[in-house]
Write a protein that binds this ligand. Sequence first.
Ligand SMILES: [Fe+2]
Length: 239
Amino acid sequence: MKDQEKTKEQLIKETNDLRARVAELEESDAERRQAKEALSQSLEKLKRATGFIIDVIVMVVETRDPYMAGHQKRVADLARSIAAEMNLSGEIIDGIGMAGLIHDLGKISIPAEILGQPRQLTDVEYSLVKTHPEIGYQILKDIDFYRPVALIVYQHHERMNGTGYPQGIKGEDILPEARILGVADVVEAICRHRPYRPASRIDKALKEISQYSGVLYDPEVVDACTRLFSEKGFRFKSR
Ligand SMILES: [Fe+2]
């Protein structure tokens, strides 16, 4: 009988210990949830601040060059859609979108008279224009974006066979985001009205990227971009 009493007391004690342990776990779970919530709020704040910085940069660049108005936005839209078509993650898509919106930022250091020329550029003028990815990178490299935005901007004119600029890097050495942005930039540029020539049609742009698929452009990106226009009904929103 005495042994049975002891067992009963032990059971009560063990049950109470277990209850206390469960309460402790619930408390630490609540703390973890609070920490997670605080972290996601900070990330949201960082994303809003980043969005604001990007909006300001877009305004500065486009104010200087009337022919650039909307270009970066249209390139960003197409680049995001290509990345989504390639089933890349939401974070990667956001990074491409941000880089797309400001990819020509470095052009703020190029004289407006050159950018707004209603004719083809001379070799000297063109070599000056070609400095814009590096200048954009230098401006952005110390900003703490949560994606490699500065590097994507730096590499958006690199080409698969190494004939791009400014570094002349090849294939996999080019960030996938920059390979996507490069194709979106070329397609938009061919479709866009320029001071020295009227806008071409999208079929001309798709012909260009498929002709140089694997040479200048990443074949996976070319395929995704082509599917968007020919099967998924993608169109640029505004001119
Ligand atoms: Fe560019």
